[in-house]
Design a protein. Sequence first.
Length: 147
Amino acid sequence: MKSLTGEFKNTLDEKGRLSLPARLRANLSSTLVITRGIDPCLWLFIPEEWEVLSQRILASTSLFQARSRLIQRRIIAPAQEVEVDKLGRIFIPQSLREWAGLSKECVILAISRYIEIWDSQRYQAYMEEKQSEFLMAAEELGGLTLS
């Protein structure tokens, strides 16, 4: 899969469908996997990427440890396959829309090998809240060079 990047805004329709930007659709398959993100957003993967991630999570967690079961329940259990329709829309299941607090306006973030879907207001509040943490994290990249 080609590396995805970009920040887009789109509207969730009354039936729970979200149009994916044409620029992203060109690099996605017709079936995707959607699940809860760690932050209050949704993660969207092509099936092959989801398979790699879910297998890595399962391999590094244990059925016999409470924290491991929590990770499995939070990320793997809610995952669902969704189809990209002819108009480039995906249906976001009600339980995932509610968990991410998606209302009408959404932000779609393409981050290399996966996509995040945020409620627009929630994303703006999150970015404002995390601004100082971002500046500290950026400072830690001080040794990063472009060559």
